[in-house]
Design a protein around this ligand. Structure first.
Ligand code: HEM
Length: 276
């Protein structure tokens, strides 16, 4: 996330492009399998898939929308807790960073699914080009759908910038990373103003909790950095290492005169000559 980013050693990527593509493939295969297998287990689902107006695409679009926004929320929260140093308390900056990266990529995968599955929703009737091109839809809340599409592209840009940060420079990358706040807000308002479920009680609680917790982490981050500037902590004097104690040489045993040698064990004692 923004300023005071963790040291480069903590920022080593733990996900390569193959892993990301495997994620995407596994998720698509899993969902396809579910769509194919579930109708035979749950007959009502077959109607949802094959009826005149199949609803399954709409259901999947809504479910993956919340999955995507939740993952974006967790990813943002982890990013903020790295920069405001809360992550040091638990689970530690390197672990937070790795989860931040994974969760972010998973969120993108769900967003792609959320957008593409809408192609099967006859009610909305989007074309492939309309799904890809921001503000090109006409049939369903075009402005707020466009904001979601724009947010998705900003999300892609922010993520890709991480993998090319060596090329674009740390400063440029940081500026691009700030766009994650705009992208989150776009996703949030897109959800609120296009979603079928925005009126539901739990959905409203979800939106409040998500935005409220991120606002709290951001405020904490800002206040912590203001406090750091106003009251800079004096660098602690380095502890001077104590000089190593010189080893005391072991006392040499006093030489025992040969004539007064005393046997150590009774069995070794020699009986005095002629003492019987
Ligand atoms: C890529 C382009 C995108 C398109 C074309 C798109 C399209 C849509 C549409 C048409 C709906 C209304 C579905 C309905 O309730 O009937 C919707 C809802 C929603 N979208 Fe997107 N979206 C996109 C990106 C995103 C992104 C990136 C996020 C999250 C970060 C997101 C999160 C949501 C949420 C939370 C809802 C509300 C779902 C509900 O209330 O049931 N969308 N989207």
């Amino acid at each position: 996330m923004p300023a005071n980013l963790p040291e480069p050693v903590e920022m080593e990527s733990s996900v390569n492009i193959q892993t990301f593509l495997t994620f995407l493939l596994a998720m698509t295969a899993g969902l396809l399998l579910a769509v194919l297998v579930l109708p035979s287990w749950l007959p009502n689902m077959a109607f949802s898939l094959n009826g005149e107006a199949p609803k399954v695409f709409w259901y999947l679009a809504r479910a993956t929308a919340f999955a995507s926004l939740s993952l974006l929320w967790v990813s943002m929260a982890l990013g903020l807790s790295i920069t405001n140093k809360m992550a040091r308390l638990w689970p530690g900056a390197p672990a937070s960073f790795a989860i931040h990266e994974y969760v972010n990529l998973l969120g993108i995968a769900f967003a792609i699914f959320h957008a593409l599955i809408l192609l099967g929703d006859h009610y909305i009737g989007f074309t492939f080009v309309q799904v890809l091109m921001p503000f090109s839809t006409t049939t369903y809340r075009p402005f707020w759908v466009g904001i979601g599409q724009l947010g998705f592209y900003v999300w892609l840009l922010v993520t890709l910038s991480f993998y090319v940060r060596q090329g674009i420079g740390q400063k440029t990358w940081r500026v691009i990373h700030y766009a994650s706040f705009a992208m989150y807000l776009m996703g949030l308002f897109h959800g609120i103003f296009t979603g079928t479920d925005s009126g539901l009680d739990w959905v409203q609680k979800f939106y409040w909790l998500s935005a409220g917790s991120l606002l709290f982490l951001l405020m904490y981050r800002i206040l912590a950095s203001v406090a750091e500037k106003l009251f800079p902590q004096k660098p602690q004097p380095r502890p001077v290492p104590a000089p190593a104690a010189r080893p005391v040489p072991a006392a040499r045993p006093a030489p025992v005169p040969a004539t007064t040698a005393v046997p150590t064990a009774p069995s070794q004692a020699r009986a005095p000559q002629g003492s019987d």
